[in-house]
Design a binder for this molecule. Sequence first.
Ligand SMILES: [Mg+2]
Ligand SMILES: [Zn+2]
Length: 181
Amino acid sequence: MRRACFFDRDGVINVDYGYVGHVADFTFIAGIIPALQRLRQLGYLLILTTNQSGIARGRYSCEDFLSVCGHMQRCLRAEQAHFDAIYYCPHLSTGQVSTYCKDCPGRKPSPGMLLQAAADFDLSLPDCCMIGDHAGDVLAAKAAGVSRLYLVGADCLREAAQCPQARCYPDAASVVKEEFK
Ligand SMILES: [Mg+2]
Ligand SMILES: [Zn+2]
C-alpha cells in the first residue's frame, strides 16, 4: 500500500481570490513548489481534492477549470512537483447549472474524493495526510480515516474549532518544514 499527501487547492496551492476559474487568476502561494518537491522526495503521492462549486454556480465552466488545472500541472511538472491525480467535485445542491445541481458524496466535508483516490492508488489512509484551509477539508480526510490533518492560512485557528485534531500553520510550506523533516 502507498501513502499520499492530500491537498485542497484554493488557499493552499494558489491564492484564494474567490472562484478561481481562469488562468489569469491563478497565483501560486509562496513556497508551495519546494514543499511539493520535498513531499515527492519523501515518497508521498501528491493528490489534489478540490470542491469546485463555481461550476455548479455558473461562475466558470468545467472546461475553464480543466484549463486552469492544465496550466497548474505544466508549471509544477517543470519543477518535478506535479500532482499524481486531481479529483474535483463540480456539484452543489443549490447551484444554478442544472447538470451540476446535486448533493454529491464527493463534495467535502464528505469523504468521497479521498475514498476514490484510496481505491485508485491502493492507499493506506492512516498513513496519509491532508493539508487544507477550511474545516471541510480536514473533516473529509478524518472521515476517510486520514490521521495527519493540517489547516493553513489566516483563518486556520477558527477553522480548527470544528476539527480540533488538525494542527495549524501559516502555510503548507511551514507544515512541510515542521512536520516532514
Ligand atoms: Mg480552500
Ligand atoms: Zn461531485
